[in-house]
Structures are given as C-alpha cells and as structure tokens.
Design a protein around this ligand. Structure first.
Ligand code: HEC
Ligand code: HEC
Length: 322
C-alpha cells in the first residue's frame, strides 16, 4: 500500500509541475513575431483613386461595417460615409477582438503607420509590430491597384481621435497562439496588379473571392480553423452572430437547378434582389452596403456565379433558434 501511495503522490507532483510549465510556456511564448515582405504600395492623392477606395470601403469590401463605432453603424447602413474610427467588437472563446481606428489620427489611428505597413497588414496579415493579424479580413488576394486605392482613401479621411481598447486574449487564445495554431494567412498566389473593371466573369470572380468575401460566407467551413470543407459557393456556411434569435446557413449560389438559390434568376432579377437590400433583420450579410454597389459590379458577380459548375447542395437557410 505504501508504494501505491508514493506513486500517487509523485503523479500529483508531476501533474502540478506539468500544469505550471504549460502556463509558463503559454504566458511567455504566445506573442509570436512573424515576418512578411512589405508590398511596394504608395498612397496616391489622385481623386479617382481615392474615390475607388471609398467605394470599396463602403461597398463590396465592407470595411465600414466593422471599422465604425457601434452608434454610427446606423448612419453607415443609411449610406453616410462616416470616418472609419473603429469600434466593432467580438467576444469569442479565444478572447475579445476589436476593429481599430483607421483614420489618420496620429495617436489613436493609423497616422504613424507607413503605406507599406498598412499594405502588409491587409495582404499578409502581419501587423506593423510584426504580430499576427487575426483572420477577420479576407483581402490577401486583392490587387495592387485596389490595395493602393483603399490606403489612399484611408489617408484622405479626416483624422478622428477615438481610442479603441486593445485586443484581449483569453488563456485559450494565448495557448492557441503559443502552439502556433494561428499563423498569418497571406495570398494564395501573386495578387494581380489590377483587374479590368468591366461586367466580366473575370472581374466577378475577383470581386466574389478577393474583395466581397462571398466565398468566405457562402461555403461550408470548419468552425475551429475556418478551413474550407465544402465546394466554394455551394453554401452551408454557419455564419451566426452571437446573440441572434435566428439560425442562418448560407444558401448555395452555384447554378444548380434544384438547390441553387439563384439558378433560375435572370441578371435583372439578381440586380433587383441586391437593390432591395435586407429581408432578414438579423442576417449577417451586409446587404445595405451591397445594395448600393454599381450595376456593373452586380452584373460581373452574376456572370461569374452563373459560370460556376452546378453543385447539388440542399440548404435550409433560416431556422428559429431552439
Ligand atoms: C469583420 C470585421 C472587419 C472588416 C470587414 C474589416 N476589418 Fe479591419 N480589422 C478588424 C479587426 C477585428 C482588426 C484587429 C485584428 C487584430 O488586431 O488581430 C482589424 C485591423 C485592421 C487594421 C490594422 C490597424 C493597425 O493598427 O495595425 C487595418 C489597417 C484594417 N483593419 C483595415 C481594414 C480595411 C481597409 C478594411 C476593408 C478593406 C477592413 N479593415 C475590414 C475587423 C474588420
Ligand atoms: C457575412 C456573411 C455573408 C457575406 C460576406 C455574403 N453573404 Fe450572401 N448571404 C448570407 C446569408 C446568411 C444569407 C441568407 C440570409 C439572407 O438572405 O440575408 C445570404 C443570402 C444571399 C443570397 C440569397 C438572397 C435571397 O433573396 O434568397 C444571395 C444571392 C447572396 N447571399 C449573394 C452574396 C454575394 C454575391 C456576396 C458577395 C458580394 C455575398 N452574398 C456575401 C451571408 C453572407
């Protein structure tokens, strides 16, 4: 009996030492540094370039739904160009994360960051201080021209003093970082210099995959890692905001006659659907911003989505939460 007691005592000691070592490891090594090239992108003061950046930020690229204070979101949804002084916040098991102030204010915004640092954040998800930027922003494959346009627009805004608190990682979030499970997600191939702006399948493909993140929501993904599980655009994405009363599963956008939600829509019907805007109050799709994009962009999106291979995938889009 004595030996059993002694073994038990040692097991407990080893367990405690192990837990302390784990905590010490996580606390000392979670703030990992990363490197990535700085894209050679310079902001411009050309008014056409700035206008392009503004139309993306308040349109398909939807920066404005996250980078404004909560109380100004209504104004953005109504179509006002409220400066992007930060504020959206999300609390999930890895921690509480906040969209920072991206107006040119020197103290609380991006005034002290260089164009190349901003470009690296958006393209390689490595921040100015070499930390990972969490995968809330899917713009890694955006063209040089559009990245330049967006950064030029950010520089052109009035500087607003607005302090957004830093992100707070939970122990789980720190552990995930310490074990290297979150890495910056850079481009999948060399991003294009520019994509011709015309009502073409090619431009639609670019908008749906690299700007509007249609693919990020309208595809079934792993809830743990965000990895794509389903066929792109075939729906099945679980995209619910914490606290909503409805359960949304994204519809299949491929032209499958039986299960594709828009397979039988004409181009005019597709455009009319976007102009109509939101139907479900709690839908996470930023319908208000998308409802105002140029007709040319909607045509390009329609032509691209209709050019995809049909995928049979039956989706129940809306359910009341149990
Ligand atoms: C879904 C919400 C969301 C959208 C949409 C979004 N952002 Fe962000 N953004 C965030 C969050 C959250 C962070 C902080 C991430 C982190 O620190 O890991 C962030 C960080 C940033 C930063 C880093 C600032 C710094 O201090 O280094 C920049 C720049 C930025 N966003 C620009 C943009 C632009 C430009 C767009 C549109 C093209 C955009 N964001 C769209 C949520 C969003
Ligand atoms: C943040 C997630 C999200 C993004 C980004 C998103 N969607 Fe959606 N989409 C949804 C959800 C959820 C629904 C179902 C609820 C609804 O109709 O609002 C939906 C519905 C739709 C519908 C069907 C509308 C109807 O009347 O049945 C179409 C078409 C559509 N999305 C196209 C797009 C396109 C094109 C893009 C990119 C420009 C896009 N979505 C980006 C989440 C998203």
């Amino acid at each position: 009996m004595k030996t059993v007691g002694r073994i038990f005592k040692w097991l407990v000691i080893i367990l405690i030492v192990g837990v302390i070592a784990l905590i010490a490891f996580v606390q000392t090594s979670w703030e990992k540094e990363f490197t990535a090239d700085h894209p050679a992108i310079k902001a411009s003061t050309d008014s056409a370039i700035i206008a392009r950046g503004e139309s993306l930020a308040y349109g398909l690229a939807h920066c404005a739904v996250c980078h404004v204070p909560d109380e100004k979101l209504e104004n953005v949804l109504r179509g006002e160009k409220v400066p992007l002084s930060g504020g959206w916040e999300i609390s999930i098991p890895p921690g509480t994360f906040r969209a920072p102030n991206i107006t040119p204010d020197e103290e609380t915004g991006i005034g002290k960051l260089t164009d190349e640092e901003l470009a690296r954040t958006l393209r390689h998800m490595v921040s100015h201080d070499n930390k990972v930027v969490l995968p809330f922003m899917p713009y890694a494959n955006m063209s040089d021209a559009d990245l330049q346009a967006i950064i030029s627009f950010l520089r052109s805004q009035p500087a607003e003093y607005h302090k957004v608190p830093e992100n707070e990682y939970s122990f789980l979030g720190k552990a995930v970082m310490a074990f290297g499970l979150i890495k910056p997600t850079g481009p999948t191939k060399t991003p294009p210099k520019s994509v011709p702006i015309e009502a073409s399948v090619e431009y639609g493909k670019y908008l749906a995959n690299s700007v509007g993140d249609c693919v990020g929501c309208h595809t079934e993904r792993s809830m743990q890692t965000g990895e794509f599980l389903g066929e792109p655009f075939a729906g099945g994405g679980d995209v619910n905001e914490p606290g909503s009363t409805m359960q949304f599963t994204t519809p299949n956008l491929t032209p499958d006659q039986n299960t594709g939600i828009m397979a039988n829509w004409t181009e005019e019907e597709f455009i009319a659907r976007f102009r109509q805007g939101r139907i479900y109050e709690e839908s996470p799709m930023p319908w208000e911003l998308f409802s105002r994009v140029d007709e040319l962009e909607l045509k390009a999106l329609y032509r691209y989505l209709m050019s995809l291979d049909p995928v049979f995938n039956k989706i129940e889009v809306v359910k009341e939460k149990a």
